[in-house]
Design a protein around this ligand. Structure first.
Ligand code: OAD
Length: 290
């Protein structure tokens, strides 16, 4: 056993002892609900429970690549809601992750979120694996050509579907890339670089997932652990590595290992409690308010 008991105090003592120098964190939509962004699967407030107006065959279709190719409009209705911008502020949980990074304890943060709030809170980009991509860039689903960010923002704000304006040179070998001269306009659908069902995760996810094995401590926050391969990450940790869950409900395989600690409830509240035990409370509140 690594922890003397399954409690937050034991986790705090473990961190204070200096033995948790490489903390690996896995997050999901639950860490952003306090910012006003709905999660996906919560029974009444989640996005999937509120998509009936869009007439989808099933809620997940909104993030399904083959459905998107047939009918991109529902995704763009949602994109308007979810698009990052000044509207949403990082939560206490995000501020805690930035604090871990500042103290040199954050080995890697794996997030499923596409809201970019980890970066906004000050977690350095090289400490973040955006496992499901983000709204930071976008490209054509056909020719894969990149699409301008400002033009994208305007389309999303209007709830309109952007299409690729690249010109394919007639008879040319290259499938696009030129925007001058004569030829056919590509016209393919433009999609943000967020990972849809039916698409591979970014290479960074697979290149970094081994860091889970190097962890001294695992923190899992605000995710239902329902979507693979991300959901498999906490199980990749070594058996003797303590795993802490901050979530409204028990998820995944939490509770099956001797050093699993579950802090069930609001993750901001759980994180505040941990910060208090660590003597970091003032620093946390101050950095969150800034
Ligand atoms: P889910 O909506 O599936 O799960 C959110 C989890 O956070 C649930 O277990 C909630 O109970 C919990 N939760 C909500 N609010 C909380 C709070 N304030 N404090 C603590 N826990 C809270 O979201 P994800 O697990 O992130 O994929 O979903 C995974 C993927 O499914 C997403 O990345 C998305 C979706 O399809 C894509 O967009 C590609």
């Amino acid at each position: 056993l690594t922890l003397p008991e399954r409690s937050l105090t034991a986790v705090a003592d473990f961190i204070k002892s200096g033995k948790a120098r490489r903390i690996v964190v896995m997050t999901g939509a639950g860490i952003s609900t306090a910012a006003g962004i709905p999660d996906f699967r919560s029974p009444t407030t989640g996005l999937y429970a509120n998509l009936s107006a869009l007439n989808l065959p099933e809620p997940e279709a909104v993030f399904d690549l083959s459905f998107f190719r047939q009918n991109p409009q529902p995704f763009y209705v949602l994109a308007r809601e979810l698009y990052p911008g000044a509207r949403y502020r990082p939560t206490v949980s995000h501020a805690f992750l930035a604090l871990l990074a500042r103290r040199g304890l954050l080995h890697m943060l794996f997030t499923q979120n596409i809201d970019c709030l980890e970066r906004a809170a000050g977690v350095p980009a090289e400490k973040i694996v955006e496992a499901h991509g983000s709204f930071a860039s976008q490209r054509c689903v056909d020719c894969k050509g990149e699409f301008d960010g400002e033009v994208m923002r305007a389309f999303v704000a209007r709830g309109e579907v952007p299409r690729c304006g690249r010109v394919r040179v007639k008879g040319g070998e290259d499938g696009g890339g030129r925007e001058d001269g004569e030829g056919e306009v590509c016209g393919g659908l433009v999609k943000p670089d967020i990972v849809f069902f039916g698409e591979a995760l970014p290479r960074a996810f697979f290149e970094s997932s081994g860091m889970t094995k190097e962890a001294d401590l695992i923190l899992v926050m605000g995710t239902s652990l329902q979507v693979h391969p991300f959901a498999g990450l906490p199980n990749m940790a070594e058996e003797e590595t303590p795993r802490v869950l901050f979530n409204l409900e028990q998820v995944g395989s939490f509770g099956t290992r001797a050093d699993d600690v579950m802090v069930l409830g609001d993750c901001d509240a759980g994180v505040r409690k941990l910060a208090e035990e660590l003597g970091w409370k003032d620093e946390l509140e101050k950095s969150w308010r800034e």
